[in-house]
Write a protein that binds this ligand. Sequence first.
Ligand SMILES: *Cc1c(COP(=O)(O)O)cnc(C)c1O
Length: 441
Amino acid sequence: MVALVDVRRLTPRTDAVLADSRLAAAEQRLGRPIVLSAVRRAQEQARSGQIEPASVADAAVADLPPLAATLTPVINATGVLLHTNLGRAPLSAAAREAVLAAAGNTDVEFDLISGQRGRRGRGMLTALAARVPAAEAVHVVNNNAAALVLAATALAAGGREIVMSRGELIEIGDGFRLPELLESTGARIREVGTTNRTTAGDYAGAIGPQTAFVLKVHPSNYRIEGFTAGASVAELAGLSVPVIGDIGSGLLAPHPLLPDEPDAGSWLAAGAALVTASGDKLLGGPQAGLVLGQADLVARLARHPLARALRVDKMTVAALEATLAGPRAPVALQLEASQDELISRARRIAGSLETLDIDVRVEQSEAAVGGGGAPGVGLPSAAVSLPAELAAELRSGAAVRAGSLPAVVGRIENGRLLLDLHAVPAADDELLTAAVAAAAS
Ligand SMILES: *Cc1c(COP(=O)(O)O)cnc(C)c1O
């Protein structure tokens, strides 16, 4: 009892702790509330006898987060190239630099020559149009879901109909379903065909005075196989209403490794009036929704009042332009990584972990593009295989919490933790090795 009263009395006061030069410096960098809560936690530890009263400042310093924001950098060793929970596509170095440069004041909507208001994100729009010559006009919103909402609102609100195949009424994730999203605008979905078979005739039979457009959606996260039939964009383009195509992934042109994945250029050339896509899937850029196609329809979307609520911010504008105009995106390079190259990287990593007292192996594995596209396509890959017990430490061990190492997220397979290298940039191999060494020690 006496001891407890003593430590209470001896625990240094808040203002005395905050005067520590390290904490004063941290206050400049992180702000007062964050530093204050670290100090309060340390004082609490002293009062409960977990640390010496004299160590309160040291404990608070050790407990400071690395940044004022809590997002933790992660090495994506899941083998899923586009992992929505891990922020989908990593930006290229060029895009990161562009984001940083755009973070202050910029001419995002200002013409420096005339000194007047300019077109918002014109460099980004020019770069997008240049990559897809089949598009008469382009527009960019916050994500693909926003592009679809904008199209439905501008073209089909007030109970007009969007004709869709029953095989394409998809849930995009986390309980969000495209038909419900579209109906939330006041449009109505007119379902045609069956789950496995829908023909051009089914669409034609459903078109009437209430039809706003036909929506063709790429089933980007599942595949229907067996007795199936679908209508191509080219077949649907002959109908009397516009065809809008949601390609999902954001491929702008065909990709030889993904022959079944639709791309914006091909669907527009086949007669789609508009194509919508995500910016942060196979395009490899920031979260964004791309709208490409006929000039009159793009203008109706871009001039609709809702467009103001869906517009992209300056950092997205910068990252998307640099992704479109700059070097190839990390996702594009990772997609093409050869298994031999991945195996030799895995061997090198395993080799430098040899001295640790853990069972490290190299395994062949199969990676995937992810919910963002190419369902069912396996990418031959390689993984460093570790005891499964290391998974938690790699995700959230002391070094991760201190910000000195990124978190590593792998996948558990057959009771082992696989660190699949397909989505890990080669430049991160050393960090990955250091993270495993720290977790195992
Ligand atoms: C991913 C996806 C969406 C949603 O795109 P976000 O950019 O995440 O809003 C919509 N449609 C398809 C076909 C998709 O693959």
